[in-house]
Design a protein around this ligand. Structure first.
Ligand code: GDP
Length: 300
């Protein structure tokens, strides 16, 4: 994960790491390399520019210049700025005052929504919660089957509506509404609503998910995005957030993301926290997102 960025930052910091003194010359040189490393990682241009400006400001402070080990202070400045860029602190999922907590999961087709719903159900179960998953991705009949299979694997009930011939109900809003009612009736404390995605942001998809939001008044809206799509991920996140005012972002396929551009830009562009990172197809390949841990991983 983010191997290229880690290597390039490491190379950039070699200039100052062992140095007894840092000066304007090696600061400028290092910052140029750091900025190039970020841009090569597909980090948003403005984000990379702000990042290097802030680090530069920190390290040109008199105290740092006079410090016993200014090289180390330089590395610390980069680390701190990475943590800040990734969101500073971990943000937990919202919880309803009175159960059930409703979690709406949205994103483009193929982003990893359905897989994430299965993973989140397992994650919540391990914390002692009793989730119900709702199959409101009604356009792809296979999506309902897929969710039913995942739910069976993690042993959580799934709510879906099918007609006598087994064809899924087409009204996603109805499925979501009745799933919440079912959770109340059966005492499940959390409802995870899997919604339909399209290949690109389109009006009909947004209208449907906005209607589900209106109808179910979710406590948490999570936007799921494939990190491997880089700046497209950031743009899609912005489009969804404009319509839905999401509470958090889930980055998927970080296991295949060698660059890191989405992870590093999304927080400052969209101004919503990354709450989970998905790193594989297996159901336990989900971790809560901690900015400091991620920064540590990037700096190696
Ligand atoms: P949806 O259309 O958004 O519901 O996406 P799916 O959950 O069906 O996932 C699309 C594909 O991505 C499937 O083949 C998943 O196995 C795969 N996938 C989901 N999450 C991850 C992940 O974190 N890492 C990898 N490598 N593959 C993933």
């Amino acid at each position: 994960m983010f191997d290229t960025l880690s290597d390039k930052l490491d190379a950039a910091l070699k200039n100052v790491k062992g140095e007894g003194r840092i000066n304007e010359l090696n600061i400028a040189e290092t910052m140029r390399e750091v900025r190039r490393a970020l841009l090569d990682a597909d980090v948003n241009y403005q984000v990379a520019k702000d990042f290097t400006n802030k680090v530069k400001e920190t390290v040109t402070d008199e105290k740092v210049l006079q410090a016993v080990n200014p090289g180390q202070q330089f590395v610390k400045a980069i680390h701190d700025e990475l943590v800040y860029l990734l969101g500073d602190v971990h943000v937990d999922l919202n919880k309803a005052k009175k159960p059930p907590t409703v979690i709406l999961v949205a994103g483009l087709q193929g982003a990893g929504k359905t897989t994430f719903v299965g993973k989140l159900a397992l994650f919540l179960k391990a914390k002692g919660r009793s989730p119900l998953v709702a199959a409101a991705d009604v356009y792809r009949p296979a999506a309902v089957d897929q969710l039913e299979t995942l739910a069976a694997q993690v042993k959580v009930p799934v709510f879906s509506i099918r007609d006598a011939a087994g064809v899924p109900e087409k009204d996603a809003v109805r499925v979501a509404r009745e799933a919440v009612a079912e959770a109340k009736r059966t005492g499940r404390d959390t409802v995870l609503i899997d919604t339909a995605g399209r290949l690109h942001v389109d009006e009909a998809m947004m209208e449907e998910v906005v209607a589900i939001k209106r109808e179910t008044d979710p406590d948490e809206i999570l936007f799921v995005v494939d990190a491997m799509t880089g700046q497209d991920a950031v743009n899609t996140a912005k489009a969804f957030n404009d319509q839905l005012d999401v509470d958090g972002v889930v980055l998927t396929k970080l296991d295949g993301d060698t660059r890191g551009g989405a992870a590093l830009s999304i927080r400052s562009v969209v101004e919503k926290p990354i709450k989970f990172a998905s790193m594989g197809e297996k159901l336990d390949a989900l971790t809560e997102f901690y900015p400091d841990r991620m920064a540590q991983r990037i700096l190696g």
